[in-house]
Design a protein around this ligand. Structure first.
Ligand code: KG4
Ligand code: ZN
Length: 329
């Protein structure tokens, strides 16, 4: 069984070929980040056009690396939401056209479920029930995964996503988009206690809020223009990490879940990984971080989710399926 996955919901053009449940024959990701960097964030119209330009080449490369002909594919899939409508349309239309031309089944995938399938791909030994924390530039979601395909969304951000907050604070101290990795690096040289910052919504409910942290930082920098960038990075990162770790672990204890999957671009953060591991151990829970290329946006996770839905749940979507920018899990 060969599944083609296409992912174009934001600023990565990605195509993957998956054999069976978990064998990634190829996973090609072309990032547009540099293109958007000078604007400080993703410009939807530029993203759409660049997906349109790059997708044929990324597709060709993915097939070549997999050593597979288009006609050998058994199932075609693409992300249909959530995301930017223009970018979504590009990948979705391509997938539908391929499925139609080949006469193969088509499955549309929820990008958030896709992120959960990064865990599925890498940790077959750690199946649900599990608690998934999806933290990326676009999302901060806490989801109870009873079994694959069956989700209970618990909480989400009420304003900025965790990664978005990293990117905005990065902008304040002159780091180009996306700023997460650079803040992570700077933070190692800074004092996490240097700047007093709130811990938004730490003890209230399942939702998150990160916009206030950025605002607090704006005010602080206005009064302390000479603040060290390292201290800004370290203090900000500490605040975000504390909130993410504490809220996730409190939830895990409440639901009596022993497995936690942390996925999405922010799962790359070194302090987040260290703190999660440390504090989960004390709770008797296990935390899983997929490898980096599966954490950030990719199409292997989309193909894996599609294969599962098609074979295990009997799903097959119509070619009329429209993009859903605000799709929820
Ligand atoms: O999952 P992803 O590649 O794309 C989205 O779906 O958004 O995540 C990108 C986000 C960016 O906001 C980036 O700043 C953040 O992940 N990020 C990090 C780190 N590496 C990437 N944030 C914190 N620490 C990192 N090491
Ligand atoms: Zn994503």
């Amino acid at each position: 069984m060969l599944t083609l996955g296409i992912e174009t919901s934001c600023d990565e053009t990605a195509v993957a070929v998956l054999r069976g449940e978990r064998e990634i024959l190829s996973s090609v990701v072309y990032s547009q980040a540099e293109l958007h960097s000078k604007y400080g964030g993703v410009v939807p119209e530029i993203a759409s056009r660049d997906h349109l330009r790059k997708l044929p080449f990324v597709l060709k490369e993915a097939l070549e690396r997999a050593g597979v002909e288009l006609s050998e594919l058994d199932l075609i899939s693409a992300t249909y939401g959530p995301g930017l409508v223009g970018p979504l349309l590009v990948g979705l239309s391509a997938a539908k056209a391929i499925a139609y031309a080949l006469g193969r089944p088509f499955v549309g995938v929820n990008h958030l479920e896709g992120h959960i399938f990064a865990h599925y791909l890498e940790f077959p030994e750690a199946p649900p029930p599990l608690l998934a924390l999806i933290v990326s530039g676009g999302h901060t979601e806490l989801v109870y995964v009873e079994r694959y395909g069956s989700y209970r969304p618990l909480g989400r951000t009420r304003d900025d996503a965790a990664g978005e907050a990293f990117d905005k604070v990065g902008k304040l101290i002159g780091i180009a988009y996306p700023a997460g990795a650079e803040i992570d690096k700077l933070a190692k040289e800074g004092d996490p206690e240097a700047i007093p910052l709130p811990r938004p919504m730490l003890d209230s409910g399942y939702d998150f809020s990160f916009a206030g942290l950025k605002t607090a930082m704006v005010y602080y920098l206005r009064e302390h223009p000479g603040a060290r960038r390292e201290d800004v990075a370290a203090s900000f990162q500490r605040a975000v990490v504390e909130v993410l770790v504490r809220k996730t672990l409190i939830t895990a204890r409440k639901l009596k879940v022993r497995r936690i999957a942390v996925v999405g671009g922010v799962a790359a953060n070194s302090e987040l990984r260290a703190r999660f591991r440390e504090e989960a151990r004390a709770l008797g829970a296990e935390v899983y971080f997929p490898s980096l290329n599966l954490c950030t946006d990719n199409a292997a996770m989309i193909a894996a989710a599609a294969r599962f839905r098609y074979e295990e749940l009997g799903q097959r979507d119509e070619l009329l399926l429209a993009p859903e920018p605000s799709l929820r899990i």
